[in-house]
Design a protein around this ligand. Sequence first.
Ligand code: G4P
Length: 190
Amino acid sequence: MKMLKDAILNQGKAINEHVLLVDSFLNHQVDVALMDAIGAEFAAFFKDKKVDRVLTIESSGIAPAAFTAKYLNVPLVIMKKQTSKIMTGDLLQTEVRSFTKGTEYQLTVKRMFLPKGDNVLFIDDFLASGEAAFGALSLIKKAEASICGIGIVIEKSFQDGRKRLDELGIPVCSLARIKHMSSNTIEFLE
Ligand code: G4P
């Protein structure tokens, strides 16, 4: 997606060979027009998948996922990384380990927002080693719902997340695939 690749090239900064800083348009400040265009792109790609709801993880997945849900005209459900006193009832949970951040969290969603039999489209901002996506898949399975696709804004193709998801046969749409990066270059996989 050209608009996204331009934003990565013009505003992104590779901190090192593994981590891309995109906090001026995706992770901290948000370019809403770009998120809208990303939502339209995902909605067009998955339009024949009979999506019942879009699922994402707080926090940076929310913006692209919200516009995707808007264009598909379905609800957006946000999986939480932290539970609270008011989050009670029938909860589905799974542990996710973040390799990039070196942290672990309990991914949580209320069962009532992931109904049995629903067709779920998972959207996230980054795909690295795929741990977040596998956490989402685990909750979808616990809910007895089905995954119909995965939409990723930025895929770091040099990590193994994409390969792990392709092995499951799930349709994956990544709008920017980064083949390689260093402090002064960002190379895309076409
Ligand atoms: P994985 O889910 O694919 O295995 O990825 P990993 O555990 O390595 O990443 C965990 C967190 O780090 C996620 O954010 C993910 O979006 C973010 N991340 C991974 N690689 C990069 C990168 O190159 N640049 C940036 N900016 N972020 C990266 P999170 O903890 O869910 O945070 P947030 O959604 O609250 O922002």
